[in-house]
Design a protein around this ligand. Structure first.
Ligand code: AP5
Length: 207
């Protein structure tokens, strides 16, 4: 299967948490615009300098910057059999640009109610060495590595509310856009990490 898959959902839905398992099942590399942007910010590239204040304020980075980033990523050799997009596209403009360069076989939408999102995001911790995502209550890290965990700068309550509002205004309309194209599959993201992963795996294995 050469087409790409889109992992879609609100901030904190569990896209990054589930991406590894989906990549293992499908063999498609994860392409996370959030991770690529954070790397650009930490390296101080032109893109990083332009994107930083949008990200810190919970706003979407402008489409032209994101589309340029994706065009560049899709020209790499490991993308030729399709990829797993995580956090992209996030606007109709981005989805239209994507459909002109890549075939999409399915869009997996992880649904989680807003009331669960703030706790998930504020309690999230990342391991900078392995990239593993933890949560102080829902997925605690082993004691031996707890001192090296970091918290994302945009993982505070105020910015989460802004990210949720950007999601509802600019990104959630994409669900019906993909549904009309019969590409959207909804997964209940409001259960345990393992159950969500099992539901996604079952869907993928029956494709
Ligand atoms: P990005 O990094 O993509 O952030 P996001 O979409 O806000 O998504 P998150 O990474 O916050 O959530 P996730 O769904 O991956 O959840 P996770 O698995 O970590 O984007 C950051 C910023 O970059 C944006 O605000 C924007 O500025 C910019 N940007 C990026 N892409 C862009 C684009 N295409 N266009 C424009 N701008 C763009 O899980 C969250 C927590 O919950 C973890 O602690 C986890 O352990 C826990 N958890 C996960 N699943 C469960 C479960 N089932 N039960 C309990 N806890 C769970």
């Amino acid at each position: 299967m050469h087409a790409s898959i889109v992992l879609f959902g609100p901030p904190g839905a569990g896209k990054g948490t589930q991406a590894g398992r989906i990549s293992e099942i499908t063999g498609k590399p994860q392409v996370s615009t959030g991770d690529m942007l954070r790397q650009a910010v930490s390296e101080g590239t032109d893109l990083g300098i332009k994107a930083q204040s949008y990200m810190e304020n919970g706003l979407l980075v402008p489409d032209d910057l994101i589309i340029g980033l994706i065009m560049d990523r899709m020209s790499k050799n490991d993308a030729k059999d399709g990829v797993l997009f995580d956090g992209f596209p996030r606007t109709i403009n981005q989805a239209e640009a994507l459909s002109s360069i890549v075939e999409i076989s399915s869009v997996i939408c992880i649904e989680v109610p807003d009331r669960e999102i703030v706790d998930r995001i504020v309690g999230r911790r990342m391991d900078p060495e392995t990239g593993e995502i933890y949560h102080i209550s829902f997925k605690p890290a082993p004691k031996s590595i707890q001192s090296r965990l970091i918290q994302r700068k945009d993982d505070n309550e105020e910015t989460v509310l802004q990210r949720l509002s950007a999601y509802h205004e600019q990104t959630s309309p994409l669900a019906s856009w993909y549904d009309e194209k019969e590409l959207l599959t909804r997964i209940n993201g409001n259960s345990s990490i393992e159950e969500v992963g099992n539901d996604i795996a079952e869907y993928l294995l029956n494709l």
